[in-house]
Design a protein around this ligand. Structure first.
Ligand SMILES: Cc1ncc(COP(=O)(O)O)c(C=O)c1O
Length: 339
């Protein structure tokens, strides 16, 4: 099927507009020269609202579903510097909804970065220090089930959004993004580029994988794991990509082995803690091109891109597109990059 047919299928699902599309696809000329390969940036960090990021594309579908079901209260959960939680708070405000954000950790002494923005946005933050996943001990699906239970006990009736918007409905946003990016890349003559993206809950990668596959795109996604967060992570991503195709009436089964994910290598100390290589990558892009990355997601993934290019895992002069998924509030949090 072509991109227009895919978008027509996606558009049968209600969506609340939270952004303007397409987000820019821009060249990085100085870094391209330095690396000897064409390098581009897809600017989903500029998508808005409230400092933007990849979760906006997912929330357009999820919050449309919440409204359709008559909910006034939405809840989600994540790590302390969850951009998804902050974007849920901002998007909920835009729609006149109440946002409840769950963190299965102690309340920090000071609220910085995304937590500070949540407060400005008037979201209710619930700190429930149960641990609750994210240390590789459980699958993302199990963590979602347990968090959903806690939220139901605390809040009663509400619309629950899984961590990172890890749900087929939200990830339709990245199936649509795959069609958008394919068209932009082909018009720049880089329709066969590698598309490198940070993988946290895995839904962005699942959406791109499903979307590129369904339209027969030459673009090839590559996820860089930033957290060693989940057990059997490739299997969860494969399940989600498979479900996306099924829900669109275009059955296609993905196996865990087909999920293009570099797991564990570029995580650094652990999820949520900056890495030395990630910090160096942030500085490199900032100083070469005046573009900022964040220390928890995009900095680590960009460090992966630079290293995979240096190692020759990305073929010589193969074009690469880095999907900038946002996350900038964490630059102002107490997990700042060092150096
Ligand atoms: C800035 C940023 N980049 C990348 C990701 C990863 O996206 P996904 O959860 O869809 O894997 C997230 C959230 O987890 C994020 O906040």
């Amino acid at each position: 099927m072509d991109a227009a047919e895919l978008l027509a299928l996606i558009n049968t699902h209600p969506r609340v507009p939270l952004a303007h599309y397409p987000t820019p696809l821009v060249a990085l000329p100085r870094l391209s020269t330095a690396l000897g390969r064409p390098l581009y940036l897809k600017r989903d960090d500029e998508i808005g609202p409230a400092l933007g990021g990849n979760k906006t594309r997912k929330l357009e579908f999820l919050l449309a579903d919440a409204l359709r079901r008559g909910h006034r209260k939405v809840a989600t959960f994540g790590g302390l510097q969850s951009n998804h939680a902050r974007l849920t708070a901002a998007a909920a405000r835009r729609l006149g909804l109440e946002a409840h954000l769950f963190y299965f950790e102690r309340r920090p002494a000071t609220l910085s970065g995304n937590l500070l923005l949540n407060r400005l946005l008037g979201a209710t933050m619930h700190f429930v220090p149960l641990g609750g996943g994210g240390d590789g001990g459980m699958t993302v699906e199990t963590a979602i089930r347990l968090a959903g239970l806690v939220a139901r006990l605390r809040l009663g009736r509400h619309y629950f959004i899984p961590v990172g918007g890890h749900h087929w409905l939200g990830c339709l946003g990245y199936v649509a993004a795959a069609a958008e990016l394919d068209q932009q890349a082909r018009s720049l003559g880089i329709g066969d580029a590698r598309v490198v993206v940070a993988a946290g809950s895995g839904g962005t990668l699942a959406g791109l994988l499903a979307g590129f596959t369904l339209i027969g795109s030459g673009l090839r996604p590559l996820g860089v794991d930033v957290g060693k967060l989940w057990r059997s992570f490739p299997a969860s991503i494969a399940r989600l990509a498979t479900e996306l195709c099924r829900r669109l009436g275009q059955p296609h089964a993905f196996t865990p082995e087909q999920v293009p994910l570099v797991e564990g290598v570029y995580v650094g100390p652990r999820y949520g803690v900056p890495s030395t290589a990630g910090n160096a990558a942030i500085e490199r892009l900032a100083r070469a091109e005046g573009v900022l990355l964040d220390p928890i997601y995009t900095g680590k993934a960009f460090a992966g891109l630079l290293d995979l290019a240096a190692q020759g895992v990305l073929a010589a002069d193969e074009p690469a597109i880095f999907l900038h998924t946002g996350g900038l509030p964490a630059l102002f949090a107490d997990c700042q990059p060092v150096g």
